[in-house]
Design a protein around this ligand. Structure first.
Ligand SMILES: Cc1cc2nc3c(=O)[nH]c(=O)nc-3n(C[C@H](O)[C@H](O)[C@H](O)COP(=O)(O)OP(=O)(O)OC[C@H]3O[C@@H](n4cnc5c(N)ncnc54)[C@H](O)[C@@H]3O)c2cc1C
Length: 328
């Protein structure tokens, strides 16, 4: 139930919600929690579960870390792999409009075992991409099918056959390998600025806007990413946990990434402009773990909705008076 980058901390990811290649099938990471051991603000060690400290258990499933320090998580695990049909296919940047329309059509009907992530960016000098494409715009799809590899082969055949790919490493491989395939895109030491929105669907105008802004990118490390997450997470009621956002089917993430402080303004401006273009198509919700530093009370309220936020605030007052307020 981990994220798309294997080094992402499981604790912060879980208490903020959590999504990755298994989300379509099994819901938010925090939907799969059985219990937690928590050190409270008073220094007590308590168990939080559906039948014990229920309010604390509720708050820590997406409400963030201001309710105590979780010292252990007990998850409901699901067998995956070891071999799965997974990897990536890339096309030239000029194919992006058609590719995103294909992505829209594909993800509208694909089974929950299949997760596809669309990426618009400049081709990095990765060994899986031909040298002549390095430094040029590409549209890529990262694909992971967590069911039987033979079923996966059939399901991904249309992806491999779409247009004229410039690279294709969508093969049978260990799930654990797929889980780290994007790690190299997020090295430590770079400068990062992300913006995100949840989308209920992929309107053609939203896709056009994303293509347009990908064409204006200011850094070869930045990307516009669509994660397909719709499925199991849409089933529980809105009141199930603070992770909420049960109407989300996609996460649109604008990931600004560059190297020099002197380029901060240009890259932040690019991310903000791309984000503004996609906002009209948002569910209105957003992933609390992708909030940037300067995003304030209105964005936190958008992440949770008023009823959940009120409930979190009251639990926060009760449980963590010694900790600094976060849901301010
Ligand atoms: C490169 C990258 C890729 C990412 N990809 C994904 C992804 O695919 N899916 C996804 O869901 N998220 C993703 N994220 C976001 C990620 O979920 C958050 O950054 C998360 O906070 C990371 O967890 P951490 O344990 O490292 O948190 P930290 O940065 O250590 O802490 C962040 C906050 O989490 C809370 N927290 C952390 N540990 C505990 C604890 N033990 N008890 C209570 N509260 C705690 C606290 O509020 C803390 O302030 C990504 C982030 C990065 C940087």
């Amino acid at each position: 139930m981990l994220g798309f980058v294997s080094a992402t901390g499981i604790a912060g990811l879980t208490v903020g919600g959590g999504f990755g290649y298994l989300t379509r099938r099994y819901g938010w990471t925090c939907d799969n929690l059985s219990s937690m051991e928590v050190v409270t603000a008073e220094g007590q060690v308590v168990r939080a579960a559906a039948d014990e400290n229920e309010e604390l258990f509720f708050s820590l499933r997406g409400g963030g870390g201001n309710f105590g320090i979780v010292t252990s998580f007990e998850y409901r695990l699901h067998p995956v792999g070891p071999q799965v049909m997974a990897g990536a296919v890339a096309w030239r940047g000029e194919d992006a409009p058609d590719l995103l329309r294909f992505y829209r059509q594909l993800t509208a009907s694909s089974p929950r075992e299949l997760t596809c992530v669309a990426v618009l960016r400049i081709a990095p000098p990765g060994p899986w991409l031909p040298k002549e494409i390095h430094g040029k715009p590409i549209a890529a799809m990262f694909v992971c099918h967590i069911g039987r590899p033979e079923d996966g082969e059939k399901l991904v055949a249309p992806i491999k056959a779409f247009g004229k790919p410039v690279a294709d490493i969508l093969v049978r491989r260990p799930y654990a390998q797929m889980q780290s395939i994007l790690d190299a895109t997020q090295p430590k030491g770079r400068r990062y600025y992300w913006k995100s929105e949840y989308l209920a669907g992929l309107e053609p105008k939203a896709l056009d806007a994303l293509v347009q802004h990908a064409g204006r990118v200011r850094s070869p490390h930045s990307a516009i990413i669509l994660f397909h997450i719709g499925g199991a997470l849409n089933e529980p009621p809105a009141t199930h946990s603070p992770a909420g956002n049960r109407d989300a089917a996609y996460v649109c993430n604008i990931t600004g990434s560059w190297e020099q402080a002197a380029d901060d303004a240009a890259n932040v401006a690019w991310a903000r402009e791309a984000w503004q273009a996609v906002r009209p198509f948002s569910t209105g919700g957003l992933y609390v773990n992708f909030l940037t530093e300067e995003e304030g009370a209105d964005r936190i309220a958008a992440a949770y909705g008023k009823a959940t936020l009120d409930k979190l605030r009251s639990e926060e007052r009760r449980a963590s008076s010694a900790l600094p307020a976060r849901h301010g």
